[in-house]
Ligand binder design. Structure first.
Ligand SMILES: Cc1cc2nc3c(=O)[nH]c(=O)nc-3n(C[C@H](O)[C@H](O)[C@H](O)COP(=O)(O)OP(=O)(O)OC[C@H]3O[C@@H](n4cnc5c(N)ncnc54)[C@H](O)[C@@H]3O)c2cc1C
Length: 378
């Protein structure tokens, strides 16, 4: 038998694999794939938006709805749908991959090409004013003095293309720069660059679980890879496991005043605070919690069967929003960050064009899901 190619062998080491395209009729090519995996000892999870049960188990409408981690996804759908599934797979990665990837940078060639005069001093004034007394001025100055070279040009040298700009609240000039293909494009360029460097090994589907210590010093990480525990020894460990907006217990523990509201999970699925937990185990603690900036994840994501996850909309001018009871529920002013969503008629919220609002402000929907089709009525 021909040897299994390394990427395939790596893929098959995963234990929890989603199979997209499994259908109620067994004619679909995905059904035998699903059964083969299931009978081979994998935890195979069917995905199909048109049914909630197949092969006697729960079927999920999309990848984002599957609770817990996934090691991989097998796609056996029509090519048009496959593209959408690949895009959804990015949502299971870091928040950065689903983000707009936009960065505020002052004095760039892109700004100059559009006749925009900008300087770190101007941006400093804007941000300190917009911060309303809460801005860390030293950090603002540091960031602004470094971003042109250490972010704009550096990201370009890694393959990022800054393609356009958008206005942001509190900024007198346009300085929010968007990379091609948003956060996913930015991350892809950075990953490719990291892979090209010597002495860098990128391991995926590996869950860091505990910091290893010796004589009071951190000397590595214990991690879980395909149900096996591995130890990674190192001189230093940088924890970059993201935030904890997908861990409601942790959000409410640190912001107890939010308990009086309905709080929903948001951000990337991996934002569970795992890194914070590891640091806490060694005596670390939180600071600056009052500086955290949240999107308003106010509306349940109808794809989540547990109805824990929320969706966020910002800057959706041209529409007024009604809930199921026909009541307006938020301020649609163009520069207001607010929650709201469109779902299936009868099941969620409705939007109605509101011609009185200026349509010049571009619609900005802070979720890749919505940017590429979530607004379609299903
Ligand atoms: C919809 C949306 C749009 C946004 N748009 C922008 C924008 O345009 N500009 C901007 O500046 N910011 C934006 N943000 C915010 C920005 O995306 C985040 O601040 C940023 O991604 C945080 O980066 P990070 O590397 O700290 O975390 P992440 O990008 O979340 O990366 C952390 C990674 O660690 C992984 N991980 C977690 N636990 C473990 C573990 N135990 N072991 C191993 N790996 C683990 C996670 O799965 C994830 O892959 C946006 C956020 C959202 C949700």
């Amino acid at each position: 038998m021909a040897p299994i190619p390394t990427p395939v062998a790596e893929f098959l080491k995963g234990k929890r694999i989603a199979v997209a395209g499994v259908s109620r009729g067994s004619a679909s090519a995905a059904n035998p794939v699903y059964r083969k995996l299931r009978d081979g000892g994998y935890e195979a999870i069917p995905v199909n938006p048109n049914t909630s049960q197949v092969e006697g188990v729960t079927c999920y409408p999309d990848l984002a709805s599957i609770p817990g981690p996934l090691d991989g996804v097998m796609i056996a759908t029509h090519p048009a749908v496959s593209v959408e599934i690949v895009r959804q797979a990015a949502e299971r990665g870091g928040t950065a991959a689903i983000s707009g990837g936009g960065c505020c940078i002052a004095g760039t060639p892109l700004q100059k090409s559009q006749g925009i005069e900008d300087t770190p001093d101007l941006a400093f004034e804007d941000w300190v004013r917009w911060g309303g007394g809460a801005a860390d001025e030293v950090w603002v100055r540091f960031y602004l003095e470094h971003t042109l070279h250490d972010l704009y040009y550096w990201a370009e040298s890694c393959g990022t293309k800054w393609i356009d700009m958008k206005s942001q609240e509190g900024n007198r000039v346009t300085r929010w720069h968007r990379p091609e293909n948003n956060g996913l494009g930015l991350m892809t360029a950075l990953i490719k660059t990291a892979q090209s460097l010597p002495n860098i090994t990128i391991m995926t589907s590996v869950n860091a679980d505990k910091l290893l210590t010796r004589n009071g010093r951190v000397v590595g990480v214990m991690a879980i890879k395909h149900n096996e525990t591995i130890e990674i020894q190192s001189k230093a460990v940088v924890i970059a496991t993201g935030g904890f907006n997908s861990n409601l217990e942790m959000v409410l523990e640190h912001r107890p005043e939010l308990k009086q509201f309905k709080v929903m999970e948001g951000s990337g699925l991996g934002a569970t605070g795992a890194g914070h937990k590891m640091i806490k185990e060694l005596g670390g603690y939180f600071t600056h919690m009052d500086h955290i900036w949240f999107y308003v994840y106010a509306t349940p994501d109808y794809r989540d069967p547990q109805q824990r996850r929320g969706l966020v909309f910002r800057l959706t001018p041209g529409y007024i929003w009604f809930n199921q009871q026909g009541r307006r529920f938020h301020n649609e002013a163009p520069l207001q960050a607010a929650g709201g969503m469109l779902s299936r008629p009868g099941k969620g919220l409705q939007r109605v064009p509101r011609p009185a609002l200026p349509s010049s402000t571009a619609q900005s929907i802070q979720s890749g899901y919505f940017r590429s089709g979530g607004l379609k009525v299903r």
